[in-house]
Design a protein around this ligand. Structure first.
Ligand code: ASP
Length: 334
C-alpha cells in the first residue's frame, strides 16, 4: 500500500530556541523557565503534524532570542536559503524566541531568495505551562507553510491564530498570548486548525524580489546602534556609538521622529563622520515620513519601521550604499 505521508508537502522546521522550547518545573511557572527542548521534541509533541506535512528538522541554535546575534542570524539565513533551494521542500518553519522574533523575521524578509513560505513561530508560555500556546502555534505554522496560497507572501509570523507580515508585525505585550500585532496595516490572514484564510497583502518588496540579499560568505554586517531620545537626553550616547565605530545610528525618537536639540547635535556629529542617521520613533505606530529638514541634518526617515527594524534595514542597506538619497529610497521601498 502506498504510504499516504509521501503525498504530503515537505516542511523543514528549524529550531532556534525561545520559550516555545522551554520548560518550567510546574504548570504555573510562567517566567524563569529554561530553554533546552530540541526541535525534534517540539515536533514529536504535536503528532497531528504527521497528517499535514512530512516534517524534517534542523537545530540551528537553542537559545533565548535576546541572545541571538549576527552569527546565528547569518547562519539561519544561510540554512533557510539552502533548504528552500531544494526542489522537494515546500516551505520552512522557524521556532524562535519572541523577544527578537520581529527582528529575525524582517531580516529574513529581506535576504531570503525564494517565493516559498517562511514562517516564524514562538510561544508566550513554556511547554510545561497550563494552556501552553506553543503546540497549536507550531501546528498552525506548519499548516500555513504547507498552504499553496502562502507562496509569494514574504516571511510571515504565525502566532495566536493570526498570520502576520514580517514587515509590519511587532511584539506589543510582555506576556500575553496575543502579544504579536499589526494594528495599523492588519493581519494578512487567520488560521484555525487546518483552515487558512488570507484577506490582506503586504505591499513592500520582500524575499525573491529584494535586492538586499547577502553574500553567503558574509560574516559581518555593518554596525548600527539605536539611540533612544527622551526629555533631557545627553549627547554622550551618540558620541559613544560613534567612538565604538557605528556606521549608522537609528534615532528612537520622540513623537513623529522629532529631532530634539540633542538629536540634531547627534545627527550633525554623525554627518561629520560620514555616518548614516535614520529618524525613527519609539511611539509604536504610524510612519516617520521624509521631512524638508532631512537634507539639512543628513537624515533618513524610517517610514513605518520601528527602531529595531529600521536598524535591520539600515545594516543591509549600508552594504549597498551610504548615499542619503539612495538610503531614503530603500526605506521608501522595503
Ligand atoms: N525569552 C524568550 C525569548 O525571546 C521569550 C520568548 O520566547 O517568549 O527567547
Amino acid at each position: 500500500m502506498l504510504n499516504p505521508s509521501l503525498k504530503l508537502p515537505k516542511i523543514v522546521v528549524l529550531g532556534t530556541g525561545g520559550t516555545i522550547a522551554s520548560s518550567g518545573t510546574v504548570g504555573t511557572q510562567l517566567s524563569d523557565y529554561k530553554v533546552g527542548k530540541g526541535v525534534d521534541a517540539l515536533i514529536a509533541a504535536v503528532p497531528e503534524l504527521s497528517g499535514v506535512a512530512q516534517c524534517e528538522f534542523e537545530q540551528v541554535s537553542n537559545i533565548e532570542s535576546y541572545l541571538i546575534g549576527d552569527e546565528v542570524l547569518l547562519k539561519l539565513a544561510g540554512r533557510v536559503n539552502h533548504w528552500l533551494a531544494q526542489p522537494d521542500i515546500t516551505g520552512v518553519v522557524i521556532t524562535h524566541g519572541t523577544d527578537t522574533l520581529e527582528e529575525t523575521a524582517y531580516f529574513l524578509n529581506l535576504v531570503v531568495q525564494s517565493e516559498k513560505p517562511v514562517i516564524l513561530v514562538g510561544a508566550m508560555r513554556p511547554s510545561t505551562a497550563i494552556s501552553a500556546d506553543g503546540p497549536l502555534n507550531l501546528f498552525h505554522a506548519v499548516v500555513v507553510a504547507s498552504h499553496p496560497q502562502s507562496v509569494g507572501k514574504g516571511v510571515m509570523v504565525v502566532m495566536n491564530d493570526r498570520i502576520l507580515a514580517a514587515r509590519y508585525v511587532y511584539k506589543a505585550h510582555t506576556t500575553a498570548v496575543d502579544a504579536f500585532v499589526v494594528p495599523e496595516q492588519g493581519a494578512l490572514g487567520a488560521v484555525s486548525g487546518r483552515d487558512v484564510q488570507y484577506f490582506n497583502q503586504s505591499t513592500r518588496i520582500h524575499t525573491a524580489r529584494s535586492t538586499l540579499h547577502i553574500d553567503p560568505q558574509c560574516t559581518v554586517l555593518p554596525a548600527v546602534d539605536i539611540v533612544y531620545d527622551y526629555q533631557g537626553a545627553g549627547l554622550h550616547m551618540y558620541e559613544a556609538a560613534l567612538q565604538a565605530g557605528a556606521q549608522g545610528i537609528v534615532l528612537a525618537g520622540t513623537g513623529n521622529g522629532s529631532l530634539s536639540g540633542v538629536a540634531r547635535l547627534g545627527a550633525n556629529l554623525a554627518a561629520s563622520k560620514g555616518v548614516a542617521f535614520v529618524r525613527a520613533a519609539h511611539v509604536g505606530q504610524g510612519s516617520v515620513r521624509p521631512s524638508v529638514k532631512d537634507g539639512e541634518y543628513n537624515c533618513v526617515a524610517a517610514q513605518s519601521l520601528n527602531p529595531q527594524k529600521a536598524r535591520i534595514l539600515l545594516r543591509l542597506a549600508l552594504l549597498k550604499t551610504q548615499d542619503r538619497a539612495s538610503l531614503q529610497q530603500i526605506f521608501n521601498t522595503y
